[in-house]
Ligand binder design. Sequence first.
Ligand code: PMV
Length: 324
Amino acid sequence: VAKARAAAPAKIILFGEHFVVYGNPAILASINRRITVTAKKSRDGGKVKIKSDIASGEFDGSTFRLIEGANARATLEPLYYAARQALDDKKQQKGGLEIEIKSDIPYGVGLGSSAAALVATIAAVESLLGRADKKKVCESAIEAEKIIHKNSSGADCFVSTFGGMMHYSKGGGFKKVEAKTKLFLVIGDTGIKHNTGDLVSSVRKLKEANQMAFSGLMSQSRDICNQALAALNSGNTEHLGMLMNENQLLLERLGVSHEKADDLIDVARRAGALGAKITGAGGGGAIIALAASKEDSERIASAIKETGQGAFEVEIDTKGLVLG
Ligand code: PMV
């Protein structure tokens, strides 16, 4: 093949972010917003050119030439590493690649755009060179992700590859969750880019300074997650919303919420959300709101947009990585 394409979805964390780092469960899901990657072979031996909406660069062995874009090195280096790895695995050390990335996921706000970019890039390059196997793609993506976030749980890459809703814990791995009813969800974007590593460190400091209080929060978070599983299994969306609000209170206690996120959460609740919280690491980033119906989710998204911030309705994606 001369050209191959792959698309991978964004993700949300419905329950348990931060506490998951210390072994607690979390519930996360892929959503119907995707990154699409096209990979082409080039005659420029050994050179990997990567072009995305936010950055582009050229890599030639050990040299990196930034063409344009904010924070391009951090964004592109893991992608380059992953693409190079695929070439080496297929013994095509002399081959060159051109990679083009198109995204409809806001980046840097906890929606898993970097994981989706990795999963789709690896899958596109693997298909270009032969065959892409989902399990292998996921493993390589997690490996490459460690360049950005060295203590990554790998959860983003897993969800982006396999799709759907998952219950995850470090000890128990991934288990599929089947929601009984369709969930109407809205994402609100504070527009404030966060750094997951910094936020995880700030939580660690808080934990070390006050072990007793932290273990109390851990047990509340675990309890919320277990109740959320039951609510998903029985289709009790009202209870699910209430649990999201309780989860948000815990995140506020961790100090990872943000004034702007609190404002959007407030707007969503006043517009009729059953529950709302930050999703992911916090410190700005994105919020998610749960609505009772399509009409409610439209109203919530409009209310957020009226404040001048980005908002969009989403559904849980069930496909994960799609080739071609
Ligand atoms: O990068 P984000 O915003 O999706 O947040 C990651 C979730 C954390 O629980 C904060 C960190 C982790 O590795 O699980």
